[in-house]
Write a protein that binds this ligand. Sequence first.
Ligand code: ADP
Ligand code: MG
Length: 253
Amino acid sequence: MEAAHTLLEGQKITKTFGGLMALHEVDFAISEGEILGLIGPNGAGKTTLFNLIASTYQPASGCILFRGRDITGKKQHQICRMGIARTYQLVRPFNSISVRDNVLVGARFGRGKKSGGEDEEVVDELLDFFSLAEKGRQMAHSLTMAEMRRLEMARALATMPVLLLLDEVVSGLNPRETNETMELINRIRQRGITIFMIEHVMRAIMGLSDRVVVLHHGKKIADGAPDEISNEPRVINAYLGETGDTGMRPGPL
Ligand SMILES: Nc1ncnc2c1ncn2[C@@H]1O[C@H](COP(=O)(O)OP(=O)(O)O)[C@@H](O)[C@H]1O
Ligand SMILES: [Mg+2]
């Protein structure tokens, strides 16, 4: 499964902020069609890794390959047009434009070379997919947190990505909203999109991921199937050190 169909690969990724080593020689690979989870205690470097993939920041050393091509140092819009889209841990829709226009911005910015009319079709389909059709004309700031997170995903999907980076899209949601979002993530994968997702809610990450990478203090400490990594002493210790409870058992949908 590995080498032949690798979509995105990081090799010895290192990132420092002043004296802080946010990531230290992290290797990872994600195969086409996979859902790869990324977990680790707060400050482990998860969002930083996404910022490097999306070229928000550049690594101090190491490189990132997309479809075998070195994309390190590309501009953010180039990364987007190559087919990598993301959501943000802190949701940031354009508040003073409508929900629909937020998604339209994604469509205009993205990968597909479409005429205006096709953009409209893409947007309508996505609003429908994310159960936002009835909210399309509202201002984005009027949405609930669950709706905003769906809007973030809709806007990201409107860019026509092949790889979607999701940063804690179920955090702050209640159990019912969490289940709905998990269902949506599965349906996004069924659209043929590869997913790399950061999540603190263990039930979600363990239930959705084919494989999970664990970061701790900027280093990768585990990489494997959910049931494998949740039994790894190093992983358990990293979480116990923080909260005293791993909460790592996968739960029912
Ligand atoms: N722009 C930045 N400037 C300085 N330090 C940062 C910046 N972004 C992240 N960090 C630091 O890098 C470490 C990893 O942060 P982050 O990647 O956000 O962790 P996680 O998403 O795993 O909680 C933290 O110590 C954080 O304070
Ligand atoms: Mg984070």
